[in-house]
Design a protein around this ligand. Structure first.
Ligand SMILES: C[S@@+](CC[C@H](N)C(=O)[O-])C[C@H]1O[C@@H](n2cnc3c(N)ncnc32)[C@H](O)[C@@H]1O
Length: 249
């Protein structure tokens, strides 16, 4: 297994708000119904919510940078007899054969793009893959610093093969100028007599509303709405997860 995929799999199984934001398929089903099809999920991981959306008959393709996550998605799709088309690409270097009425990320995966230049490349790629009149949905949030008492705390989960997965934050650095927060994470996988322990930085990069609007404008996209995940307009000082809707200019 690619070492990067080992980490991503553990992160997706265990760590942080990113995954827990993405479980509920309803906001994405509603978005696709409004924006139209075909649709594309960026950072589809191992298939939540993509498989549920496909099960409902929605025409949704997926993209993820992790071969390991996509392999799990394909396995789950085959087990559930759900046809799924997914591509192993990075969202900032997207090159797909179709154009989409709806492009979305399910949860704030966009904050994993480490700097404004990469985010701009991803927004340009989104624009290039939108069909005429199409809409994109980008959820964003500003991460809170990890509370001091949680530094060093170990979270555990069981992998499907019975291995014990552990992750802990060893240290964290926040840079308000670059708008990044980098946690040094320790990942552990213990299975029978085999153990793997790796330390790896995990960077999140955030935006003020104005900064994101400016980046989108540079990419040829207009922010047409900012809402909470239920679709209610978000006031200018709103915190938590915000859904940015984008259309071509
Ligand atoms: C927090 S997970 C959520 C995945 C999915 N919603 C799920 O629940 O399975 C974020 C996903 O984004 C993928 N990812 C991270 N950076 C990416 C990038 N630059 N381009 C495409 N996918 C990316 C990761 O491989 C991971 O599968």
């Amino acid at each position: 297994m690619d070492p990067a995929d080992f980490y991503t799999g553990i992160v997706a199984a265990l760590y942080g708000p990113l995954k827990s934001f993405s479980q509920d398929p309803e906001p994405y089903a509603a978005f696709i119904q409004q924006a139209g099809m075909p649709a594309l999920e960026l950072g589809c991981g191992d298939g939540e919510p993509l498989l549920e959306l496909r099960r409902r008959g929605l025409d949704v393709d997926g993209v993820d940078s992790s071969a390991d996550m996509l392999e799990r998605l394909r396995r789950r799709a085959a087990e559930q007899d759900i046809p799924a088309t997914v591509f192993h690409q990075r969202m900032e270097a997207l090159n797909l054969p179709r154009r989409y009425r709806a492009i979305f990320l399910a949860g704030p995966t966009f904050t994993l793009l480490p700097d404004d230049a990469t985010a701009l490349a991803a927004l340009r790629a989104i624009r290039a893959h939108l069909a005429e009149g199409g809409t994109a949905l980008v959820p964003l949030f500003t991460p809170e610093p990890t509370p001091a008492e949680q530094i060093g705390r170990v979270r555990t989960a069981a992998a499907p093969d019975g291995a014990e997965l552990r992750v802990s934050v060893l240290a964290e650095q926040r840079d308000k100028t670059a708008r990044t927060q980098t946690a040094l994470l320790r990942y552990e996988r213990h299975h029978e007599s085999e153990s793997t322990i790796e330390d790896r930085p995990w960077t999140m990069h955030w935006y003020t509303r104005d900064q994101f609007v400016r980046l989108a404008t540079t990419a040829g996209l207009a922010v047409t709405a900012v809402t909470d995940p239920d679709g209610k307009p978000a006031p200018a000082d709103a915190t938590g997860l915000l859904h940015f809707r984008l259309q071509t200019t």
